[in-house]
Design a protein around this ligand. Structure first.
Ligand code: DGL
Length: 278
């Protein structure tokens, strides 16, 4: 890593596209004094249909870019990348680096608290094909709450709908209804559903439309924000590597204009992203 790595820097937030903004928005609100840099790999979204190897290489490449931008702590605000790349990055890549770098994901904070929400002990997961195939949610929930039965449904069309800005269109109803109905058919006892993809909160109104009212929907943004605040408190050595100037910087690997329009609509503030050439 380059010289900048000797200094503290902004907290990095990474996603394959704009979905990670649902996590970014919550953590930036929870930790307003910290600097943040967001990177969306919009040029290569979706990750959810790609192989383990590809997701790992894309993710590690983007995380290294964030390190070069000065980040010492990176949050992978993407379930697919957390499922398919995080462990390798933590266990194989970070250990070879001579400075203190940390990379955190979004699956663990979510699985740690899900047991507090379910009475029936039947939990549903809506996620990308990649996250479902990895079995990460099943394995992780089982570690914390072995009595919980986990039911999964892959929703391969949902991320493309969000990235194409079609998530509020009537056409999206077909796919949302189909996947939500499929999941509930797997177990009528499901009382809690995790939106296991950071793009999905953008579809939340449609998802609720096809769900019985009593089923709880868990959205990751606030959960990850609480978990990150707690992490920084428990790790003062990492906290000291995060600068506090209240700045927010955005990078995209695709068109900045497209990213700014989507991000502005979503965050409610004007965004001027920079382009990152891969
Ligand atoms: N936001 C990513 C996630 O949480 C979307 C993955 C994709 O690019 O398909 O899984």
């Amino acid at each position: 890593m380059d010289k900048a790595a000797d200094n503290p820097g902004p907290i990095g937030v990474f996603d394959s596209g704009i979905g990670g903004l649902t996590v970014f928005r919550e953590i930036a609100a929870r930790l307003p004094e910290y600097d943040f840099v967001y990177l969306g790999d919009n040029a290569r979204v979706p990750y959810g249909t790609r192989s383990f190897d590809t997701v790992y290489h894309y993710t590690w490449e983007c995380v290294q870019h964030l390190f070069r931008m000065g980040s010492r702590l990176v949050v992978i605000a993407c379930n697919t990348a957390s499922a398919k790349a995080l462990r390798t990055i933590q266990q194989r890549d970070l250990v070879t680096m001579d400075k203190l770098y940390r990379v955190l994901g979004v699956i663990r904070p979510t699985t740690e608290i899900v047991g507090m929400h379910s009475n029936t002990r039947h939990v549903g997961i809506l996620a990308t094909q990649g996250t479902v195939t990895s079995m990460s949610y099943v394995i992780e929930i089982n570690k914390f709450f072995p009595d919980i039965k986990v039911w999964q449904e892959a929703c391969p069309m949902w991320v493309p709908l969000v990235e194409a800005n079609e998530h509020t269109s009537p056409g999206a109803d077909y796919f949302v209804k189909k996947n939500v109905t499929n999941l509930l058919e797997k177990s009528p006892e499901i009382d809690t559903i995790i939106l296991g993809c950071t793009h999905y909160p953008l579809l939340i109104d449609k998802i609720r439309q096809f769900l019985p009212k009593e089923i709880k929907l868990l959205v990751q943004g606030p959960i990850v924000a609480d978990s990150l605040a707690d992490y920084l408190q428990r790790h003062p050595e990492i906290d000291a590597l995060c600068t506090r100037g209240g700045t927010r910087t955005f990078y995209t690997t695709e068109s900045t204009e497209d990213f700014d329009n989507k991000a502005q609509r979503f965050l409610g503030t004007r965004v001027e992203s920079r382009h990152l050439q891969l």
